[in-house]
Design a protein around this ligand. Structure first.
Ligand SMILES: Nc1nc2c(ncn2[C@@H]2O[C@H](COP(=O)(O)OP(=O)(O)OP(=O)(O)O)[C@@H](O)[C@H]2O)c(=O)[nH]1
Ligand SMILES: [Mg+2]
Length: 171
């Protein structure tokens, strides 16, 4: 008999090319296709999460920041805002996206990541700057990750789920 499933929708947003598709591929399929792989922007990608929450499944969706409707924000358990550590303006962009999302729903759970941590030698910003944006948006979690090497990806998603479940400071 199928048990009840807890299903959370999680939106992934950020500038073009920051690695949204690659992060989904890394976490859900454990792979890093060259050039980001197939476009997942129109798909919902579903994954079971093993993190003390019975039968938790997450539906990931790349969202177009220019088209962030109240319905999309309301339906999302969390929004993961992705920047690229080699491009400073990508961090400014997610701050703007985050502010817009909070205007729509001040209670939305926000996670801030700087992707491409494997390119640290080319980085224009790092954890300190990410923390600053995270504080401004009252995010539940922030950090650097790499879809290419997998650094912090699996752990990060699991920590996010645990924090949401505990309702650390929101929900
Ligand atoms: N070195 C490195 N490259 C990455 C990483 N993540 C993504 N890339 C590369 O960055 C490029 C863009 O990745 P995508 O995953 O397509 O980015 P996206 O945000 O989905 O892009 P759009 O859907 O076009 O907005 C691709 O060439 C990826 O291979 C990473 O962690 N490290
Ligand atoms: Mg993409």
């Amino acid at each position: 008999m199928e048990k009840n499933v807890t299903l959370w929708k999680v939106g992934i947003l950020g500038e073009r090319g920051v690695g949204k598709t690659s992060l989904i591929n890394r976490f859900v399929f454990g792979s890093f296709p060259q050039n980001g792989g197939d476009d997942l922007s129109l798909q919902l990608v579903r994954k079971k999460i093993d993190c003390n929450i019975a039968n938790l499944e997450v539906l990931f969706q790349e969202m177009d920041p220019g088209n962030l409707s109240p319905k999309k924000v309301e339906n999302s358990k969390a929004l993961i805002l992705v920047s690229d550590v080699t491009r400073m303006e990508s961090l400014d962009t997610i701050e703007k996206i985050g502010k817009r999302a909070l205007d729509i729903n001040p209670k939305v759970n926000i996670v801030i990541v700087g992707n491409k941590s494997d390119l640290k030698y080319m980085a224009e910003f790092w954890v300190e700057e990410i923390k600053c944006v995270s504080d401004n948006l009252n995010a539940i979690l922030y950090g650097v990750v790499s879809a290419k090497t997998g650094e912090n990806v699996e752990e990060g998603f699991k920590i996010m789920c645990k924090k949401i479940m505990k309702g650390t400071n929101k929900v």
